[in-house]
Design a protein around this ligand. Sequence first.
Ligand SMILES: Cc1cc2nc3c(=O)[nH]c(=O)nc-3n(C[C@H](O)[C@H](O)[C@H](O)COP(=O)(O)OP(=O)(O)OC[C@H]3O[C@@H](n4cnc5c(N)ncnc54)[C@H](O)[C@@H]3O)c2cc1C
Length: 408
Amino acid sequence: MKTLNVVVIGGGAAGFFGAIATAEAHPQARVVLLEAATDPLAKVRISGGGRCNVTHHCFDPALLVPHYPRGGKALRGAFSRFQPRDTVAWFETRGVKLKVEADGRMFPVTDDSETIINCLEGEARRLGVRVRSRAAVQSVQRQGVGFTVHLRAGEVLECDRILLATGSSLQGHRIAAALGHTIESPVPSLFTFTVPDGALRALAGVAVEPVDLKLTVVGGKPLIQSGPLLITHWGLSGPAVLKLSAWGARLLHDQRYRGELTINWLPDMSLEALREALQLMRQQTPKRAIATSSPVDLPRRLWRYLVARADLAETLTWANLPKAGLNRLVTELHQGHYALQGKGAFKDEFVTCGGVKLEEVDFKTLQSRRCPGLFLAGEILDIDGVTGGFNFQSAWTTGWLAGQSLGT
Ligand SMILES: Cc1cc2nc3c(=O)[nH]c(=O)nc-3n(C[C@H](O)[C@H](O)[C@H](O)COP(=O)(O)OP(=O)(O)OC[C@H]3O[C@@H](n4cnc5c(N)ncnc54)[C@H](O)[C@@H]3O)c2cc1C
């Protein structure tokens, strides 16, 4: 059997998974993995706060795809061949047990990303994948039916197939573009919101679960998300905000992260029930100050802040609450408006939306439609998921699928 030379460019989750899958499925393949950095798998190491949120406990492809603001449609078929259940089994058969947390995120039982790194590096070694670090690729050129790979250090390698798995790196985008691909411009996804409201920021650390959020940005339809919200030193964070940031990533980027956020702090309470609860306070505790006697289940500091936001004096009693004041309080609790002015970082997870246009890739094989012999996997594709393990899952899935076809 003729030896097939495969070069994997990029030693992240997708590159490692692709290299391992290639070596396993095609023993005749000689697989070399080129990584620019000194240590491969750098993002796996820092992921999930050092615990690595490997995947999500959602084993139905139809329910998985709505977690991808970009790429869900393309991933639908791919998930029918390799999905989170397969990821769990893949790691388990290699000695790494994953556990599920209450919100569906899955981590190694060790709570240590090194467990995942050791597993991937061990598998690559066992299968004879040659991992070369400090091997940045400068360019790739077509050479007959194969390729020449030009390293930044001057070395040139020849190969039959390439897996390009360079994540969000601009150099990777340049390589893909030079081989005929369109690059959707990269913009950040999964970020927190900057809200210029000192009194709100003073509540940093207060968390509310759940809230309903509506984001309105000029030029787009309003976006709606629910879930936990966290007040921070610069504005707002938490799962509900991160999901909104992912769905609104492009629009927000185009509008320089300016928009309006509407918060329903009490989504489980109807407007009527809320009005009733406030009216009851008027009757039952008329002499008490509104700011210090809340009828609803919200942190005390937040209630005080919302009362002030409704323009009600600190000492105002329930008995003296005018109708207009009650209406303002209801509005603050059910649909308070907050200006969004900029974005912060999200240190636990950060992804880039944009990358190689999905129509230019065959998702059965992950082979390029523009450049036969070139395969693509992971974040270099215009795919990104919300937080929760979905981004690694798309790296595992696309890497694994590419590996099945790379050696044929
Ligand atoms: C702080 C942080 C935490 C995260 N936590 C999670 C999490 O818990 N769960 C989750 O699902 N997602 C998480 N993510 C997202 C996840 O890390 C990425 O979606 C995933 O790493 C993408 O994998 P990849 O292999 O496509 O790209 P990468 O992991 O970025 O790997 C690409 C590799 O290619 C190399 N490279 C680039 N250019 C070249 C070149 N020219 N030559 C050679 N090598 C090159 C890079 O050095 C890099 O090692 C997190 C991201 C961050 C930043």
